[in-house]
Design a protein around this ligand. Structure first.
Ligand code: RIB
Ligand code: CA
Length: 312
């Protein structure tokens, strides 16, 4: 069997149920070498998200992966959190209190250090508000460019948002950071709501999941408990898992390279994202291979065997 090249990744995250499923997928991708998680406030306060990240890694037996704390506050104001969606703890299944601790080094320094040690080698995947990446741009000019690639879940490019009619949660949580990253000149792939709304699971399908490994079992529990929390819930959108799947196999998405503007002034349109020019360095996902995504999601449920093949 041909060797699949190892892909070194770092994940910036605000776990969050869909973040957790994305992280579990990353841990199952045997060609992924997860060098670290950096946490950011967003779905839940930083301390809770950091605890969730540590607890997930401990549950998976992967405490060798360092977790570094990022920002508890956006560049301006404070995070609104997303307790109605993700619950007070941020996860829909209680995990044992982690015995591991985050590393002392804070996220921006950790990211700059790792990217600087291995320039052009590390794929950065951002699943929460972009505060840590914006702070990296400010404090370590040139560092973000050292990533081999950048995949971002965020925005609602010229489509309705999910927090306001205009804005998606990650961009709404820190519009200044989103504006800085998207105008930084660093090429990136943007999985926005127009893309992630194409991959969802309904209550019945979640019930019918047949996980055959412990990580898939946890993902299934997180999903089914999410539906149990509110009988009115129809579909769970795989926002962050789609970003993770696209990071693993870029062939499951088609992108259009444009310039994207983020609204940071108008209080009504705060966090809105719109195409502001062509061409550009933001690869907005325009088409999603849904079957391709669900093949990778189904692999999360498969028995522990063989490497999940990637295409890069
Ligand atoms: O709008 C969806 C995004 O906001 C996802 O990353 C979800 O985890 C929340 O952070
Ligand atoms: Ca997230």
């Amino acid at each position: 069997m041909t060797d699949i090249p190892v892909k070194k990744v770092m994940i910036d995250t605000d776990p969050g149920v869909d973040d957790a499923i994305a992280i579990l997928m990353a841990l199952r991708f045997s060609s992924f070498q997860v060098l670290g998680l950096t946490t950011v406030g967003g779905n839940v306060p930083l301390a809770r998200g950091t605890r969730n990240a540590l607890a997930l890694l401990e549950y998976a037996g992967r405490t060798e992966i360092p977790v570094s704390r990022g920002s508890a506050l956006p560049i301006r104001g404070q995070y609104g959190y997303s307790f109605p969606v993700h619950g007070a703890s941020g996860l829909t299944r209680r995990l044992p209190n982690p015995s591991s601790r985050p590393i002392d080094q804070r996220a921006v320094d950790f990211l700059a250090g790792e990217l600087g040690k291995q320039p052009g080698e590390i794929l950065l995947i951002a699943l929460g508000p972009l505060t840590n990446l914006a702070n990296l741009l400010t404090r370590y000019p040139g560092s973000l460019e050292q990533a081999s690639g950048l995949v971002v879940m965020g925005g609602a490019v010229d489509v309705p948002g999910n927090v306001t009619g205009h804005a998606e949660f990650n961009f709404y949580s820190d519009p200044e950071a989103a504006k800085m990253v998207l105008s930084s000149g660093v090429p990136l792939t943007l999985i926005d709501l127009a893309a992630s709304r194409q991959v969802a699971i309904d209550r019945q399908a979640a019930r019918e999941l047949k996980p055959r490994n412990n990580l898939g079992g946890l993902a299934a529990q997180l999903l089914n408990n999410w539906f149990r929390r509110d009988p009115g819930r129809q579909r769970f959108f795989f926002h962050d898992p789609l970003a993770m799947a696209a990071a693993f196999d870029s062939t499951i998405v088609n992108t259009q390279n444009v310039q994207v503007a983020v609204e940071t002034a108008d209080p009504v349109r705060l966090g809105e994202s719109r195409i502001s020019g062509r061409p550009g360095l933001v690869g907005v996902v325009r088409q999603v291979d849904q079957d391709g995504f669900f093949r990778l999601f189904d692999d999360l449920m498969s028995p522990d065997q063989g490497a999940i093949q990637g295409h890069g």
